[in-house]
Design a protein around this ligand. Sequence first.
Ligand code: MOS
Length: 747
Amino acid sequence: MTATVPPTLVGQGFDRIDGRAKVTGAARYTAEVALPALAHAVIVGARTGAGSVRSIDTRAALAAGAVAVFTHENMPKVARVPTFPSAYGRAAPGQTFFPMQDNTIHYFGQPIAVVVADTFEVAQHAAELIEADYDHAPAVVRLDDGRAEKYVPDSVFCGLIPATQSRGDFAAAERTAAHTFDATYHFAANHHNPIECSATAAVWDGDTVTVYDATQGITASQLTIAAYLDISPANVRVIANFVGGGFGGKAMIWPHVTLAPIIARELGRAVKVVLTREQMFYGTGLREEQEQRITLACDDDGTLTGMRHHKLSVTSHFDDWAELSLDIAGKAYGIPNWDGQYQLIRGNTMTPTFMRGPGEASGMVALECAVDELAEQIGMDPVRLRLRNHATVDPESGDPWTSDGYAECLRTAAERFGWSRRDRAAGPVRDGNWLLGWGMGTAGYPHYLPGQPQRAHARLLADGMLVVQAGTQDFGTGVATTMAQVAGDVLSLPFDHVRIDIGDTRYPNIAAAVGSTGAGILSAAVHTACSDLLAQLISLAIGDPESPLHRRAPEDIEPLGGALRVRTDPAVADDFAEILARNALTDLEAIGSWQPPAPDIPYGKISFGAQFAEVAVDPDLGLIRVRRMVGAFAPGRVLNAKLARSQVLGGLNWGMSQALMEATLCDPRDGRWANSSLLEYPLPVQADAPEVDISFIEVNDPVVNPLGVKGLGELGMVGAAAAIVNAVHHATGRRIREIPIRIEHLI
Ligand code: MOS
């Protein structure tokens, strides 16, 4: 028998295993779930941004065919409102306010009624017939309307992060600096717009509920529903077969997810609730409107000695939330004296939440615009200024990075972009009426470690198929595909001999895929499970007098092409199938449980990258076109070249969209988001997309997880907008500190 050596699967650019189902429409998303006797629930949102419901008339809705209408008067009370992170495991409610428990209104669009009917169309029609009277109060949604009431909380991010932080002595550094620079950058509110609107369906069987949910964390949905309803998580099964994008908007478990099982229990039948596109602007959090003031101090040679970073942002009336914009911005450079503060304004909005590159997609953009401005002020090349100041250790703790790669990213991207040809002296570069400009920025994102073990189930069947199951979900990242690659490599099986089952909490438990953790925790859990399985196979073979491997040392044996072989003599082999058959086993299985390193291991944990952009500006019309972007990223190990590139491609384009397009604007009369539709909330289309060049610098990371995967869901967006804003300055000589840049800023 000749052993064919399968090529290593990890790293190759396999197509998504669910790609065909998605593009042919065979994939069924939550909104399409069909259940016997399914009732359709439609949420009615408040038409005022603050105040209370005085009265609500449901008669017309019921007359029009609604089978039930729930308002604050008859909606069952939730048992408790869990917090995040919470005493209830990983329950992850997006906010600590749950609607329809009383008549108070905190934000426009807040659910005030749920109308249920036999068909979606009747439910929608009946929902329009709900008449509510309000006591109106003034709604504060915009930063400018609440500025006078700003406060410094003790902590932000659900009590996890102190609002005021410092190291060294910034004031002294500022006093003694050769140069200082100070500016404030403003970021508009942004809303997630995944293709799939959020949806949840629930059906009870006795005291157990099955919930279909469009979520980034089926386990988080399970734990959150269980906490609200005060039932055991064992009585909540959550299924998410396909999820059409999340970007952070499906990372937390928003109220509609719990409303579905509550109403299904009340009515004794299956219920499905699907948010409309407009309700996505009132139902799944947002990236808060914010401004960030950055003050930099440096020596004559460009060495940064001090940084002050104060962020002012809008949060809700019930949570002190700010995305963590100070985190990586405060660590990317080796600055000894640092002063950071989160300041908040209470607004009539939902609690803000994670959105792609949460924290860093604003914090690193503000910093990287400021660093560009400082470079110009002191007459130093922006790349050189960054290389001079890159933190070689975590400046907060003095600990080494688990892995770095920043300087290689900068040099690689600069080289591929042609940065050395950037002419700074000869004045504007023109292409017809277009002014051309080049700019760059740094990408950085923290590597988060979950506290709990991460588990997967691996099962080798008698026919040689390997089935791997995990309680995770694929929301477009391709995580199932990478799981098959990791599993196949451990047992040396071809890609198509691995089947992946995910999207069901009956599979072993995995944390929510948030903050770019998915690829790291999944690859680790799958690697652990398959390694356990391999150890069992080896043990069976060497203990079996009939095996050619009998009494061999385990370390001398390796898997290859569906068999175990002696490393030094591959002809001595025992097929997986024969091992199972001789032992009368239909299958062999293992649950792998991977315990992540403790969060306080003495390492700084960041993924770095570098972003470059070329823009063309028409100064007469105020038009900006991004012509090309070049990015280099160091995400540890790349599991799948194609998926990694896709992920980052999306990030770069979103960075462009952040810099030039996306803003949710509030109508101050009632606190309504005035452009809550895809017609009016501008998103890039293919014609806007620049030419993109992406490189990965694979750095060995022996610390974070078995395969050294740091993840790159967020990284590709971070700093991209700064590269564009800086390029606009290079083209026009104008510093615009308002994001997105709009036509009126340029003409
Ligand atoms: Mo990420 S913003 O946690 O999907």
